[in-house]
Design a protein around this ligand. Structure first.
Ligand code: NAD
Length: 346
């Protein structure tokens, strides 16, 4: 698994650990991935962690040969839209070139497998609903709708999805692509909306809301996403694209207000937390709405999200309240909570 020290990768690792599946975890341990997360997620008696870059083709080939996996879950990526505005090239380097390099290593590995093992081998390419761009009011994108990405992050993920398609079509590489909505839950680096808001509210710092805060996202609890990915591995069709979501659509301001209301109960001495909300200049090219059609995935994978937003948010807030030490360690010297992604719009 690539990106195993990050938010979603580590959730998948914990799910696989529960299911008794051995995980070989690969990660550069960049700013968003931390050894602490690996330690909390892998089984030290069975799993194995390797610090490596997916853009290093030789390292990827050696790993595949050495550990001979049945499947590759590809989650390594640069993932923060704001950072892609400040510096887009690392997104191209990892998400595009890194993904192509990994696919090439997988192709050489697949070619050397016995017939039986080759038939069972799968690559799960994990992507985002942001590749489709802005969803029209009331409409939802389908798996084969054209991509219209608006941020460098979304463009780099769209490019990686095209590589997955081309490597499947041209080389017969057995790739399953998934495009998922916004995730939330434990172990998310506190630069993204939900953990950042929780952390800043607990510190009595202002809670930045971009523009009017009326941008709409579908929110999926990370363990539900992990379950969907494991289902896609188990019963998904090679070459298919599965859209994943939970139909828990909320405007960003509603999410921030829900966190404030929950914290008013948990830390009443800081209430009302909503006094900390500040509307700030919007992010350039901020997409108003994401929405994908999830019914075909529910049928094909026999999977639906089971965690209502209110339950998942409460669980997430509890986790961040209990794990301030994790937050301090993973952010130390890496991120101080400052506003990112304020490039001038031409
Ligand atoms: N977080 C979401 O809401 C969301 C939604 C849909 C899809 N996704 C996708 O899911 C995947 C995982 O996202 P996440 O939220 O866990 O991200 P994350 O930023 O928390 O984790 C990414 C991990 O990849 C590692 N990494 C980065 N570059 C690497 C490289 N070159 N080689 C090896 N490792 C590298 C990082 O160190 C980090 O541990 C990404 O592909 C992302 O596009 C995320």
């Amino acid at each position: 698994m690539t990106g195993a020290a990050g938010f979603i990768g580590s959730a998948v690792a914990r799910r696989l650990r529960r299911d008794g599946v051995r995980v070989i975890a690969v990660d550069t341990l960049g700013y968003a991935g931390h050894r602490r997360t690996i330690e909390a997620s892998l089984d030290p008696a069975r799993d194995h962690f390797v610090q490596a870059d997916i853009a290093d083709g030789r390292a990827m080939q050696e790993l595949l040969t050495r550990f001979a996996p049945d499947a590759v879950f590809h989650l390594a990526a640069e993932t923060h839209v704001d950072r892609s505005i400040d510096g887009p090239l690392p997104f191209v380097a990892t998400n595009v070139l890194g993904t192509a390099t990994l696919f090439e290593a997988c192709r050489a590995y697949r070619d050397a497998l016995s017939e039986d093992r080759r038939a069972a081998f799968r690559i799960l390419h994990i992507s985002t609903d942001e590749v489709f761009g802005v969803a029209p009011t009331g409409g939802r994108f389908g798996a084969h709708d054209p991509h219209r990405p608006n941020s460098p992050y979304a463009a780099s993920k769209s490019a990686s999805d095209q590589l997955a398609r081309a490597w499947g079509r041209t080389f017969g590489l057995p790739i399953i692509t998934t495009n998922c909505c916004n995730n939330y839950g434990p172990f998310q680096f506190p630069e993204k909306l939900i953990p950042l808001t929780i952390r800043r509210a607990l510190a009595g710092q202002e809670l930045r809301v971009y523009g009017a805060g009326d941008q709409e996202r579908d929110w999926l609890y990370v363990d539900d996403h992990a379950d969907a990915l494991i289902r896609a591995w188990q019963v998904g069709t090679s070459g298919a694209v599965y859209l994943i979501g939970s139909r828990e659509e909320r405007q960003n301001l509603q999410v921030v207000e829900a966190i404030c209301a929950a914290l008013d109960q948990r830390t009443p001495w800081l209430a009302p937390h909503r006094r900390l909300i500040r509307h700030v200049t919007d992010r350039p090219a901020h997409d108003q709405r994401y929405a994908v059609e999830i019914a075909p995935t529910a049928v094909a994978l026999r999977w639906t999200a089971t965690t209502p937003f209110a339950v998942g948010l409460q669980r997430t807030i509890d986790w961040y309240l209990d794990n301030g030490a994790w937050c301090d360690v993973v952010t130390a010297g890496r991120y101080d909570g400052a506003r990112l992604g304020l490039a001038e719009v031409a």
